[in-house]
Structure formats: structure tokens, C-alpha cells
Design a protein around this ligand. Sequence first.
Ligand SMILES: Cc1ncc(COP(=O)(O)O)c(C=O)c1O
Length: 467
Amino acid sequence: MNGNGPQVRTDIPGPKSRELLRADQRHLSHGSAYGDMFGSGLHAPVFVASEGCYLIDADGNRFMDTSGAYSIGVQGYSPGPLIDAVCAQMRQLMHLPNMPNIPMLQLAESLLGICPGELKEGLVQFEVGGGPTMDLAFKLAYHHAVYGKGVSHPVTLAFMGAYHGRSIGANTLTGYAYYRDGMPRTPDVVHLPFAYCYRCPYEKEYPSCDILCARLVGKLLESSNYTFRDPNTGHNSVATLVIEPIQAHSGMIVPPDEFMPTLAEVCRQYGITTVVDEICMGIGHTGKWFACDHWGFVPDIMAVAKALTGGTWPLGAVVAKRPIYEVWGALPDRHMGTYHGSPVGCAAGLATLDLIKRENLLENASRMGAYFLAGLHELADRHSLIGEVCGKGLALGVEFVRDRTTKAPAAREAGLIVLEAAKKGVLILRNGYFNNRITFMPPLNVTKDEVDIILKVLDHAIRRVAL
Ligand SMILES: Cc1ncc(COP(=O)(O)O)c(C=O)c1O
């Protein structure tokens, strides 16, 4: 990130933004341009430019975006080398409808090279943006269940609190009533509680819980009377488990270290295909290429998007173990599309992976993440409104509570804190199971000075609200 610091000189939105918004609001559905700025309760101004991690509005106000533009940020909003790669590829070969091209071939090799374990020997298919990429991962797993494993009516396990995207398949996998209610759904997705230890849904304590939430998957398969598996015949309708290993949109919920390995063991035991959604955390935000790398978890299928192109192009990729794609490839072209594997998107992806390696951005994410986390813990020592601080690398979350003993969610206070920070020009995402958490996912090249600005403004905002 770079720039001259946050600066707010007018009301938000300012007069020029308000003027522009009056015209916009006659034509735009709120589904396409939601007015609320990052959950602050303020109507978003009209942004007209960007610089590093800053968004500049029509009135010249400069806002620091601490979400890395919803986790696409590698070099913030001005990734020079990536923009150059996009422009060069645009001039060379702008488009090919779903056909092999040189950047596509090169990116597939480069992406496989950073994948964990057996996925390195896997295959890749490209998609467009996060939601459709999760749809492809879901289709691939389902197809494998039917044609590869011979399960006639496969059940998919997913997790409450996970967000997977807005397209129908991804929306079905998403564990939020808010996004699912009134929407069409694909059949047979069952949601289980996630390892949200601060508010354990089973009211257990870690570590004495012995990771019941992960072990439960296996328990549900022990008896025919638990719906899914008949131990007498061995027929198991649970074919797939889909997981967002760190729940970003639910407030950066990081599971305890035993959770993912326990799930891996249960899935191995019962032949369940694992699908990991790395769309938000993948490509460096946790300080490793993928969140699942923190636990040595090697999924069967992995979905990547967002930071894969540093925000320059809505490219996604589904990497899967070779046998899974071999079953898929036996019936080719059933998932064709116009923009799949766009040469421009793939050139941007290639440039992004090169940039991260060349500039040691994973190392920066780990180092700055540790510094940021320590700063948040220091704030928690001084502010009793903070109930929990957690994170991995630059993916960080803070939960606000009215009382540390009862853990009563401080949703109103969280909103006011985000509002106070926005008034100082620092945009912080508000989310969480009870709308009482804030999250940070700054770009991978964030500097110490920029983290200090965020911590200082957050401290100020909490002090104002706690008064
Ligand atoms: C974990 C996860 N999966 C999928 C998506 C969907 O990505 P997109 O918004 O690019 O469709 C998101 C978006 O926030 C996400 O955080």
C-alpha cells in the first residue's frame, strides 16, 4: 500500500457524490450497488479513482480500504505490473472462447506448482470469478460422486457460516439463511456447525472438546439411523465435504489446529471427496499460498479466485486431483463458457504469481500479519469491548462483546466503531455471526506504517464508542 494517508474533508457522501447518486439511484437496483459502506451505516460515496490501498471519491476524500478490496489485494488498487500484463495481453490476443492459449497453459503449470501435495500432479480448469468457480468445484465433485463413485443421490456436507458465492450452486453451499431464503437451491446439501470455538455451538471448551465438531462427521456415518450411511451395505450417500477453512465473511473464524487434520482423517476413512474454498484466503492472505497449507490439509478439489489476478480480472480456477478430472473429461465440454480461461485473465494470473514470488509477498504477509495481530491483542488488553482477536497472516478478525463473561454480542457498538473509523477515512468490514465482528485483509504488500494507521484509527474509534 502507499499514498498520503486517509483524508476526509466533507460529509460522507460529500456534495459531488450526492449529486451523482441522485442520478444513479433512479436506475440501479440495490442488488447491484448496495449503498451501505462496509457495514458502517453510511451511504457509500461515488468512488472515482484509486491509489495503492486508497479509494478516492468524487469530493476528493481518500479512504484506506483495509479489506484489500474484499481480499483481491496483492498490491492494492494499483498493481502496476499486473495492469501492464493485462494491457500487453489485450494487445496480443484479447479473447478466445474457451480454447487453449499460451497464458492459460503457463498459468496452469505455475498454479499447480504452488499447490499442496498431490494437487501438484493434478489438473486445472479456469472459470470466471469466485461464485462460478465454486459452482464448477461443486459440479465436479457431484459428477465424480455419480460417475466416479457410483453414488446415485450424493449428499454434500457444508458448514454453517461459510460463504461460497452468489450463483445458485455456491449459494446453496453457503451456510447463511439470509442468502439462502427465497432462493432456488440444489438438492442434498446438509450444513453442520463450524469450529467457532469462541461460541462453540455444542457449548464445549477447546481442547477438552476433542474437536467434536470435526469428529461428528464420522459419527453421523456410524449408524444407518443417522440418515446417510448403512454400515451393513457400506453404501454412503455423503460423497463430498465442502469447506471454507477460515470463515472470512463470518468474521475470520479460524478453527483450532486439530480441526482440519481430523476432518481429513474422517473423510479419508469414509471416502468423502474434500472441496476447499480458497477463494478468499488463497494466494497469500494467510502468509502461505493457501489457508489449508497451515494444517497440511491436501484437498481433492480446490477453488481459487480473487487474489489470483490481484483484482485485475475476474478469473477463477478449480484444481483437482487427476482421477477426478479424468472422470469429468470423459464427457467433455459440458461446462463450456465464453470467458473461461481468458488469455487476459490468465496473463494477469501468471503475472500475479510471479510478482508474489519476486517481491516475497508471502513473507511480508506473515511478518505484517504478526505485527498487526500483536497490535490488535494490545488493543484487546486496553478495551474490554474486544472479546476475541484471531487470524492467520493478514486475515484478521476482532469480535466485540458487551461483557467478556456473558459474551453478549456488541453489534451496535461494532457498527459505531466502523462508522467512527470511516469518518477518519479508514474503511473496515463489519460482519460475523452476530454482526459484531470486524475483519481485515489488507493487500499482501501492506507496510508497517499502514498497519499503524489502521491500529491508531481503530483505537480512537473504540475509545469514542466505549465512552
Ligand atoms: C470464501 C468465498 N468464496 C466465494 C466467494 C465468491 O466470490 P465472488 O464474489 O468473486 O463471486 C467469496 C466472496 O466473497 C468468498 O469470500
